[in-house]
Design a protein around this ligand. Sequence first.
Ligand SMILES: [Zn+2]
Length: 260
Amino acid sequence: MSLLGLGLWWASDLSASGPGRALAESRPVVPMPPTIMLHSRHARLLPRLIDALAAEGYEGVTFRDLEYTLCQDASLPPKAVMLTIDDLSMVRGNPSFETFRGMKDALVERGWRGVFGVITGPHLPQNEVWWDEVAVWGEQGIELATHTAYHSNLNDPALTAEDFEAEIVGSAQTICQRTGQPVHALVTPFGSGYNRTTGALHPLICAMCQQARIRFVSGIVEGHGPLPASVGDSDVIYTGRVPPGIDGTLESTLFEVHHW
Ligand SMILES: [Zn+2]
């Protein structure tokens, strides 16, 4: 986020009149932490990335932390970063589960919090032992976001309202029922569902997130600016992410964090 962006945010806030003004003036801007999109192929990068970020004073946060910050008037660590890892699934026979478990261990062993995007795959048999295992991850500072039920491209015009409900509400309910963890974020497959031209989320994504009480929708483009100064109960907030640089190396990933 640029300093210019910060200035404009404050300028527009302070020009407002009415009862919201006092709160806006007293509340510090909450910058959106740099958010990195990782997959299982980045398992070897992750421990080196955490160590390098920690050496620079960064701390890992989650969407739950953002929600708490916005709704409880709390603050984030001064150098916060969010590491999100996509495509975790407890579908039986998932060849990548052990890799994800290793990535979870890399976070927890370093006292870092992080987010896994879960594809629930309700049409496939589930590994109950893995679900029981990830239920415990929540106590270790790991948040489970929904990455939908079927990993559909949410820009697909053929999708019906029922499809959106299954993808978003259904998957969030599954995660909550199986782990006891409420779901705070939808990580959209392929960064879909966000109109870059208008800056608007697909209305059905908004509606389904409100139904599932999901606060954040995490895409890929944009969404780097500060979080809203005040939020209503049913507000859904779009946030962006960046891949780990142009080549997935430690250096290019750190570059993305520094130039968020
Ligand atoms: Zn994915």
